[in-house]
Design a protein. Sequence first.
Length: 327
Amino acid sequence: MDLRQLRYFIALTEYRSFVRAAEAMGITQPAFSRAIQSLEHTLGCTLVDRGNKALPPTPEGQVVLQHARRLVQGAAQLNNDVLQMTKLDAGELHFGSGPALAARLVPEALQRFMASHPGIRSALLVDNAERLGQALRREQIEFFVDDIRPFEADPNFHTEPLSPRPGLFFCRPEHPLLAKESLSTNDLFNYPLACSLLAPGVRKRLANLSGRDDFTPHLQTEHLAVLRSVVLASDAIGSASEEAVADDLAGGRLVRLHWRNLPPGLEVLSVRCGIVSRSGYRLSPAARAMIDTLVSLDAEPARADVAHRQSPPHRSPGAARRTARSS
């Protein structure tokens, strides 16, 4: 038994076809089949049910699959760590990010990291916190940056806080709301809301605020570009981190909305950012270097806020006056 055979077996369980798995692994189908048979002979059991078209793993195959994944991942990590022991000039880094931090902090950190360590190949997964947590549990990534609140009480995770990212509501410059002298939260719920995926607790708070039994936004997406396009082309109200839309606000392409009766301390829009990793696991040198880069960059003055304060305000007809009055 060797790692090559285990990789072939993992591929077979993923593709559920000897032909497709062999193609994915870059070998002929007869050679692939012989490798699987050799592994079964070594282990003394049948690994897949060949009488079923879907080729599901047998009970013994399920056990082998669990160990095979750990062994293959462990071997890859071992090779990666050895490559990085003396210098960070080789190896791979797999990490994740929520959409809020993928807008500015993570790209800037990657630019610095790649300039300092050009030999490291990086793979970034951008997704919501739930899927990032799943990827971390499966050891598909070493850490991720996102809202740490769902993970702080879980002993399986280690959290390292970063600066919180405030959020806001925004709309296009020609939105009908900007013709009003003052905005209340009733106005908020008269238009479609486009935002990132909301946690159940956040949905409940919005439901209470709207006076409804439940609240579901018209659009939930982790892709900021899609959210931005919908808001620019419709009367939808957008919600995102201030950092993510700072350039659009400064350039007048989007307008911040203020609600006179929004409860103070409402955390619907804010993200308590941080770094989430697995408790008890040693991070690779590349992962530690990237985290150090993120922490260092996060400690610098918020360029998004500086740019927003220094840029001239948007000057659509009456927009500046209306925005000021609605504060």
